[in-house]
Design a protein around this ligand. Structure first.
Ligand SMILES: [Zn+2]
Length: 233
């Protein structure tokens, strides 16, 4: 018998509440959704966001239905870890993040403008330099933003595993069917020649241009955290 939304909510709610109480955090909103908003319709992980200033943990119904209990506890504690990071961030840091987003948007627009300009009038020898400059600047920017995202993931992982006090939930979670761990493999539409071209760089691309660290790396880091806790702030 499958749980419905009304039955799933109290389960998710109580797991989030317990992790928040343990961390001394005010309780956030918890909502059961069909699919996560703004994440390509993902329905097999959860997410924290604070749109309109309301800290919210979104949990797809499928997650509550299909995750084993310890994995669900771990995942929701991981999201509470994101909430804790968010709550601990000072206004200055938030402004900095917003500034980075604005900067990235301007950089992307500028790069696009230069590229379009170079295509429209290839005579300009200046164009070439600016195209590469723009491309380089934007790629660097993206790599930095993604590295920051991975650092936040690691912090959320550390919080979750400390809260749970064992690897049980993390290991259950890691054994669930996940999205693939690297970019080229993820692109199912990629043809064989594309894969052959990308394969040597696959690990690399995945490492540098990914919002999340690889699952085996996360598991290792959590094991290390349990053995030697890194208490930061
Ligand atoms: Zn996360």
């Amino acid at each position: 018998m499958l749980l419905d939304e009304d039955e799933a909510l109290p389960i998710a709610r109580s797991k989030v509440d317990q992790a928040c109480l343990a961390a001394g955090l005010p309780l956030p909103a918890v909502v059961i959704v069909e699919k996560l908003r703004g994440r390509k319709g993902s329905d097999f992980t959860a997410q924290f966001h604070a749109r309109q200033g309301v800290p919210t943990i979104e949990v797809p119904l499928r997650v509550v239905r299909e995750y084993p209990d310890d994995a669900l506890t771990w995942l929701l504690a991981h999201e509470v870890g994101h909430y804790k990071e968010h709550a601990g961030r000072r206004v200055k840091d938030r402004l900095f993040k917003t500034g980075m987003v604005v900067f990235g948007t301007v950089l992307a627009a500028w790069t696009l403008w230069v590229v379009v300009g170079a295509v429209m009038s290839p005579v300009s020898s200046f164009g070439g330099i600016f195209v590469w400059l723009g491309f380089f600047a934007y790629t660097t920017y993206l790599a930095l933003v993604l590295a920051d995202s991975r650092a936040e993931e690691r912090a959320a992982d550390r919080f979750a595993v400390r809260y749970q006090g064992s690897m049980a939930g993390a290991l259950q979670w890691a054994s669930l069917p996940h999205r693939s761990s690297s970019i080229a493999v993820q692109r199912r539409g990629l043809r064989r020649w594309g894969r052959a071209l990308f394969e040597p760089f696959n690990q690399w691309l995945g490492l540098i241009f990914s919002t999340h660290p690889y699952v085996p790396m996360r598991i290792d880091a959590m094991r290390a955290e349990l053995e030697h806790p890194v208490e930061r702030g």
